[in-house]
Design a protein around this ligand. Structure first.
Ligand code: ADP
Length: 347
């Protein structure tokens, strides 16, 4: 009992500490924001110690992690190595592209943790719909606020919708001005290398990006669907804390989930994990088990095989998109397996 109260005390102490550092961070952010436009981004900023995802939490994608580490973590953590001369310039734009659910958002968050950088996530709607008419000022504010938060990663999810092909007949004037402002502010970052700001874009539709955007994202990394070996790594991470039958056949599960993305695998695991729960409830209904003995049996391979009927792979059927992605990777991307210098030679 004493031990329990003692550890409860420690836990409460830690919680208070956490609340006070969180408060402190958001107070600091408030001080940093110079006007009402910048203040709009305060809630979108996550400090590196609060992101809660590390590279180790991501199964597979070893090459992608390695490339990002060299490309981003090093310049953010050791800016002095990149401040001399003209050859070693930190990269200002990285694109993660690939089918949905392959871990692009997860990678972006983990990268911010690893690089010790603040993380701001924006989408097209952050800068447009809500602030119709003010989009240009808001875009300017995003960059000026970010420059005070450096090191910082600005994650632009669905970058094609924010900065898609420009100049179409139906493009709204306000959107056009916002996009131009975004490009101009982005170019401005290049002249101030020391600021450590990175634009990290993600998209399932890189072929919708126009040349001006592609040029500003010189490192384009393909985040592909996992193969059997990588599905096994992802499954091991997703199931690390679950009770499994002894000698659980990870390899068999990995082999029967062709076409599943990381996100599909997660949904499959959730569906499988419900099965022992349902069984127990059924038992209880029949009066076979008392409420007190709510013992959940370990998960077995068959739970996952059965769950496959409910969770099917979301992208493999769409062969056209997959082909388009691969073609785009051939033309513009560097792919996980192709070796390239992290510092951008040979682009
Ligand atoms: P994307 O941004 O590529 O659409 P997400 O990063 O949002 O995909 O992935 C959705 C969810 O799927 C993640 O939150 C995570 O639970 C799971 N997931 C996807 N890929 C992986 C992976 N490689 N390792 C572990 N979990 C993954």
């Amino acid at each position: 009992m004493f031990l329990f109260i003692f550890s409860l005390d420690i836990a409460i102490g830690r919680l208070k500490e956490h609340v006070s550092t969180t408060k402190k961070t958001s107070q600091n952010l408030k001080v940093l924001a110079k006007d009402e436009y910048e203040r709009n981004f305060i809630s979108a900023v996550v400090p590196p110690n609060e992101i809660g995802v590390k590279f180790d939490d991501i199964g597979a994608l070893e090459d992608v992690k390695k490339t990002l580490d060299e490309l981003v973590t090093l310049p953010m953590r050791r800016p002095e190595l990149f401040s001399h001369g003209n050859l070693l310039r930190p990269c200002k734009g990285v694109l993660l592209f690939g089918p949905p659910g392959t871990g692009k958002t997860l990678l972006a968050k983990a990268l911010a943790t690893e690089a010790g950088a603040n993380f701001i996530s924006i989408t097209g709607s952050t800068l447009t719909s809500k602030w119709f008419g003010d989009a240009e000022k808001l875009t300017k504010a995003l960059f000026s606020f970010a420059s005070r938060l450096a090191p910082v990663i600005i994650f632009v999810d669905e970058v094609d919708s924010l900065l898609g092909a420009r100049g179409g007949a139906f493009e709204h004037e306000a959107t056009r001005r916002m996009r131009n402002e975004f490009m101009a502010a982005w170019d401005g970052l290049r002249s101030k290398e020391s600021q450590r700001i990175l634009i990290l874009g993600a998209t399932n539709r890189p072929f919708d990006l126009d040349d001006a955007v592609i040029r500003r994202l010189p490192r384009r990394i393909y985040v592909d669907l996992p193969d059997a070996q990588n599905r096994m790594k992802i499954l091991k991470i997703l199931l690390a804390k679950e009770k499994l039958e002894s000698d659980f056949k990870f390899d068999e599960l990995a082999n029967t989930t062709e076409g599943y993305s990381g996100s599909d695998l997660k949904n499959l695991c959730v569906a499988a994990a419900y099965r022992p729960v349902h069984e127990l409830l059924e038992e209880e209904k029949k009066g076979g088990a008392s409420n007190e003995s709510s013992y959940l049996r370990p998960l077995k391979l068959d739970d996952f095989i059965q769950a496959k009927a409910k969770v099917s792979p979301s992208v493999s059927y769409d062969a056209t998109s997959m082909n388009e992605l691969r073609k785009w990777n051939e033309q513009y991307g560097e792919g996980g397996s192709r070796t390239k210098s992290p510092f951008g030679f040979g682009n």
